[in-house]
Write a protein that binds this ligand. Sequence first.
Ligand code: ATP
Length: 365
Amino acid sequence: MSSTAKSSSVGVSIRSAEKHYGAFRALDNVSLEVAPGEFVSVLGPSGSGKTTLLGILGGFVQPTSGSVWLGDRDITFAPPHKRDIGIVFQNYALFPHMSVGENVAFPLRARRLPKADWPERVKAALAMVELSGFENRRISALSGGQRQRVALARAMIFEPRLILMDEPLSALDKQLRETMQIELRHLHRKLGATIIYVTHDQREALTMSDRIAIMNRGRIVQIDAPEVLHDHPADSFVAGFIGEATLLRVQNVAIGGHAVRLGGTVLQSARPVPVSNEIFLVLHAEKLVIAGPETAAGMNRLSGTVTEIVYQGESIRVFLTLENGDSLSFRQPANHLGRQLIPPPGNPLTLALHPEDTIIVPKAV
Ligand code: ATP
């Protein structure tokens, strides 16, 4: 939960929501509790139900069953404009024929708030997104990032207690997107509003969120803080979706133990091996290091042959085929020392992995 939550921000909950389209379940028994002032991202592959979930919160999609609460108010059947929710979509949905000021004032008009108050509120909303003085500009005379900020100002002008965002940065180029991610984080802290943010970009979700809800096939499979999600994935789906990981099928050595077998190699995990018919070792590219004489005795070791070395600017990605035939990749810093440690393709290499970083997950159901 954000420590800067304003008293006006409000928690949201979705309880046992279902959305069926004929026999197809776009949402399958979804429950979600978001605390006042919290920034929660909803992350998942295409078609996993993210937009449907946001639509149910915004009132554009009627759930087949279940309920939606804003604080202690049941809004399941409230129309969108009566929900006190600000919404920002990926295509901005600005009115091109209106000025920036008219666009930002639009929700005030729709809510029939006194016209005398508009200029002051527009000014304050534009200042919030650092567009002071842009009132009379045409939308067509703005950059993508500026348009996105106008859309934000418009969503915030009536001081909604909840803001929903659906891929709001996806139309921007990489650099601007990253700048806007940091700006959104600042804005969130400043406003203290509750934000629910849909994205399919894991870096974006990791950068901005207090918690991330991972969706797959209409269900929330895990909801946790970014580092928890990354280091303690609930199953093979989450592990494959978050971070850069190789998943290798392994065997449990003994029920209730901490060891798994990969070919002829036994690896120790700091945590008990989950009980499941099928288990996977999750190897994050950044957690594998090249073993050397100074490598501690308690580290797990994986030996193989280097097959490919790919220079990617800030890091070098190295591909390795293990003795049992499985393949993995890891990253090495692209500095002088880092490069020196990588033998050319065709040569043997041993990697070390700390038991704390030795993650074992059950197969996703
Ligand atoms: P994306 O990242 O591609 O936007 P998403 O996770 O937001 O995907 P949704 O748009 O929520 O996914 O859709 C979830 C599923 O529900 C999809 O399989 C979609 O085809 C289906 N769906 C959505 N709306 C309808 C509809 N009106 N009628 C039938 N099926 C629908």
